[in-house]
Design a protein around this ligand. Structure first.
Ligand SMILES: *Cc1c(COP(=O)(O)O)cnc(C)c1O
Length: 426
């Protein structure tokens, strides 16, 4: 093995933590412990974010109001339940770069993808195809294919255009995405991509893709499950038509947390669009007249179906409060350093078996690095787990590691790299 010219040291990592203006946010989260009581090295905020310490207080407030007020809580709770979802609109809009009218929290991600496709996938004549990533997250594939079947009654595969990396490459090139869209202009009804790919960690150039889609006459939507709370987003200015995301990954709302939806202001008054309706999307001034004619609210709120889960929204508020305090620009600044440091340490291991498949250009990724370990099997990952690392393994040979700027430290990253180096040697 070649000689290391630079020996990464723990004290260097600890210095970075001392200089980190956001370091104190870690204390505002519960960090799971190993059997001997040490903090685990938690790198799965891309799967389930950690619990903010104040989440309990936010949920307990609602339990108390329900306990003491019963149904009156809809109006008399400390935060009345009737308009409760509005408390989340501004902080959520700030995270995704949207105007308040463009955002609502409701349902779960896949449900929202379906609701949005009902309105925004409108096949007509030759223009009937959907562009997705080959190997997109399974739920997205199932949702898209079942929408195709729903609209086309079979033969769904004929209406799908799947984007794949070039031979020998792991990630998509923006110019190839643009080319595919241009080549099929006139046939594409909808472009629906992830903002950040869950497997490779690649962040897409959403503004360019939205432009390419619109130039081809298509509607453009994004699944932001791995993007919301991870990378800076400017959905309004990028002119994205719609987007949906879950909040239990980087947004720390807890398992199965309530999801988010964006509908561009351009569509706020598109009452002509077909939609699957429910009473919570009805004009709130007349909702309780219980009229049989549906009158949707303006903007994203008009897509709501049901009166929403207050406990889920309370949990999300606890986390969004931290996002508002830290701010996405500062979180991104730290994230670039933290992930850059991880990349550097992986390089310093100097082991040819390790290949980072996430783009090396920081503007083309969020916090996650996907590490391919050649000729490995799951036993390496199991060794890491035994040593207190919580990361995740994706078949056949990829370990996904997501250092999250709100609660991961440079020390966490250093320890992980040390444990990986030791485990590869043994
Ligand atoms: C996490 C994730 C999902 C999960 O969908 P749910 O409806 O929340 O279960 C869907 N799509 C993508 C891209 C994801 O990363």
């Amino acid at each position: 093995m070649p000689q290391n010219h630079f020996e990464p040291t723990l004290s260097f990592a600890e210095n970075l933590d001392r200089e980190d203006a956001l370091a104190a946010f870690r204390d505002r989260f519960h960090i799971p412990k190993t059997a001997d009581g040490a903090d685990v090295l938690y790198f799965t905020g891309n799967s389930l974010g950690l619990q903010p310490k104040r989440t309990r207080e936010f949920i307990e407030q609602e339990l108390k109001d329900w306990e003491t007020l019963g149904v009156e809580g809809h109006f008399a709770a400390k935060h009345p339940w009737m308009p409760y979802h509005e408390l989340l609109t501004a902080p959520m809009a700030a995270v995704v770069g949207a105007r308040p009218v463009e955002v609502v929290v409701m349902n779960s991600l896949t449900v929202n993808l379906h609701l949005l496709m009902v309105s925004f996938y409108r096949p007509a004549g030759r223009r009937n195809k959907i562009v997705i990533e080959k190997g997109a997250f399974p739920s997205d594939q199932y949702a898209v294919k079942s929408q195709l079947e729903f609209h086309r009654q079979g033969g769904a595969a004929d209406f799908l255009i799947e984007l794949a990396p070039r031979a020998g490459e792991n990630c998509l090139r923006t110019e190839d995405i643009e080319q595919t869209i241009a080549d099929h202009a006139g046939e594409i009804a909808l472009v629906l991509l992830g903002g950040v790919n869950y497997y490779t960690g690649q962040a897409f150039e959403m503004e360019r893709i939205a432009q390419a889609g619109h130039a081809a006459g298509a509607v453009v939507g994004f699944d932001l499950a791995h993007a919301a709370g991870n990378i800076p987003l400017d959905l309004h200015d990028w002119d994205v038509d719609f987007a949906a995301w879950c909040s239990y990954k980087y947004l720390n709302s807890g398992p199965g947390g309530i999801a988010g939806v964006f509908v561009h202001e351009r569509h706020a008054d598109r009452f002509d669009l077909p939609r699957f309706a429910g009473w919570w999307g009805h004009d709130q001034r007349t909702r309780f007249l219980m009229d049989d004619r549906f009158v949707p609210m303006r903007g994203a709120e008009g897509w709501q179906l049901s009166n929403p889960p207050i406990f889920q929204m309370a949990a999300l508020r606890a986390s969004l409060e931290l996002f508002a305090e830290a701010g996405m620009p500062r979180l991104r600044e730290k994230s670039l350093k933290l992930t850059g440091y991880l990349e550097f340490l992986l390089g310093a291991i100097r082991d040819d078996r390790i290949e980072v498949i996430t783009p090396s250009d920081p503007s083309s990724r969020g916090c996650q690095l996907s590490i391919r370990v050649k000729n490995s099997d799951k036993s390496l990952f199991e060794t890491l787990t035994k040593k207190g690392v919580v990361a995740d393994w994706r078949e056949p040979d990829v370990i996904r590691v997501a250092p999250v700027p709100l609660y991961n430290s440079f020390r966490d990253v250093w320890k992980f790299a040390e444990i990986l180096r030791e485990s590869l040697e043994s």
